[in-house]
Write a protein that binds this ligand. Structure first.
Ligand SMILES: [Zn+2]
Ligand SMILES: [Zn+2]
Length: 450
């Protein structure tokens, strides 16, 4: 009796014994079986379907729940529209004018202040004025917010000491965001967000890149300037499995209710938070478990925008002074801080709000100009003030720009600097080779000593 655990063997045995083991059919069957059973079977390791699927999907989505180890990195864009390392920071050696005041066109102090704050972020100014690639490919400059920003910026430079009407931007309020209403006071921070989003859309249109995947769209110069990535790490307290997700961010909205400094507000933002068992289901334990959650800056933006959450949903406003530094080091909030421990930003401009709520009151801006002076921009009025006054204001939106030293540390030399480095290296090599040639020639021509 054949073993029950081998049903195929049992069937073959019964069929062979039923029809007899002799005869031509049995011989053919035996030969074929022998050939099949004695031939060497080559095995190929099966492809991991999970990783194959992830590779396909990561071009479309940000991968959730990636494991620890080398594969836990943030997905990279399939197409890169521009290089972050090509953008220039700081005012450089060029002398940019301070810029003109702006006429209030009817409750437009939010718009004027936002423009003044952005027009004093050197990296944005230099991209708008020095990079001609957008203008060369933009076919509808009248309908484009990037071109409108560049033209408005040029006009404020040409009318330094005077006043301009930012009509090119004001006339495009509905293009910037359909919810913005002419004549109504809007929130300056929301306006900055909508304006940058609109510039991003217009730039993608100019580059014929509107159909790209999300990650590739995030490689525009505007996203390199203002965009970074946050990593959220949730760790299961039962099995210690860490789940990670990545989000693109263009500003940090910090809670200032319990703190009196921006530094403390950032500590609170990036502090490890405890999730109780009802909130989180661990993907490894497959059950609801207590866990911890923590944010990290996975990639830093070149221009860091921080909004102090002064307004409550109920319409109230937190009016207290929240101090903020001129130089801000964010290294301790990063996933992989550099060994030097310094990722430093310098304050370039800010937006102030005076009044009871975000849609009521008055907005002004303060900024460091290219001449090193600090100015207060209050609609048509532009007055010189001091760094001390700037740091003492009850700021609502802070705009910081990465210092050149940090940029060099994270991205390498800026354009121009690498050319200089190349020139110096080539020059040293040239002189060395010339000296070597001279030495060889002298050795050959020197009389031999017997
Ligand atoms: Zn354009
Ligand atoms: Zn778990």
């Amino acid at each position: 009796m054949p073993p029950v655990a081998d049903p195929i063997g049992a069937y073959l045995h019964s069929s062979l014994t039923k029809h007899g083991t002799s005869g031509p059919e049995a011989t053919i069957l035996q030969t074929k079986l022998q050939r099949a059973l004695l031939s060497r079977v080559e095995f190929e390791p099966a492809e991991r379907q999970h990783s194959h699927l992830l590779q396909q999907l990561q071009t479309k989505y940000i991968v959730l729940g990636e494991r620890d180890g080398p594969s836990s990195g943030r997905p990279q864009p399939p197409i890169c529209l521009s290089k972050k390392s090509e953008l220039r920071l700081g005012w450089g050696n060029a002398s940019y004018p301070t810029g003109a005041g702006m006429v209030n066109l009817g409750n437009t102090c939010y718009l004027n202040s936002s423009l003044q704050a952005l027009f004093h972020a050197p990296a944005l100014v230099r991209w708008l004025l020095e990079d001609s690639r957008h203008a060369a490919r933009c076919g509808s400059s009248d309908q484009c917010t990037v071109c409108s920003m560049a033209r408005t910026l040029r006009s404020t430079h040409q009318r330094q000491g005077g006043v301009v009407k930012p009509i090119l931007i004001y006339s495009k309020l509905k293009l910037i965001c359909k919810h913005l209403i002419h004549g109504r006071q809007e929130d300056a921070h929301e306006f900055v967000r909508h304006l940058l989003d609109s510039m991003q859309r217009c730039h993608l249109l100019a580059m014929r890149a509107t159909k790209l995947d999300t990650l590739s769209k995030e490689t525009t110069p505007l996203n390199h300037l203002f965009g970074g990535y946050l990593k959220t790490q949730v760790t299961c307290l039962r099995c210690h499995h860490a789940s990670m997700t990545f989000q693109h961010f263009q500003d940090l909205l910090v809670d200032v209710r319990q703190v009196s400094t921006v530094d403390d507000a950032l500590h609170l933002y990036f502090k490890k938070e405890r999730l109780d068992g009802a909130d989180y289901k661990c993907e490894r334990c497959r059950m609801k478990v207590p866990a911890t959650k923590k944010f990290f800056i996975d990639e830093t933006p070149l221009v860091l925008c921080i909004q102090l959450k002064r307004f409550s949903l109920g319409g109230g406003k937190i009016t207290k002074h929240v101090s903020f530094p001129n130089k801000l080091n964010v290294a301790r909030f990063m996933t992989r801080p550099p060994a030097q421990g310094q990722v430093v930003y310098s304050l370039v401009s800010l937006i102030n709000h005076m009044g009871p709520s975000q849609n009521c009151g008055h907005y002004t801006a303060m900024a460091k100009a290219a001449n090193g002076q600090v100015y207060l921009f209050d609609d048509a009025s532009v007055r010189m003030t001091s760094m001390g006054n700037m740091l003492n204001t009850n700021a609502y939106v802070l705009i910081y720009e990465m210092t050149s030293a940090t940029r060099q540390l994270l991205l390498g030399p800026a354009p121009g600097e690498d050319c200089l480095l190349l020139f110096v290296s080539a020059s040293i090599l040239y002189h060395l080779s010339m000296a070597l040639c001279c030495l060889i020639w002298r050795l050959r021509s020197a009389p031999s000593v017997v």
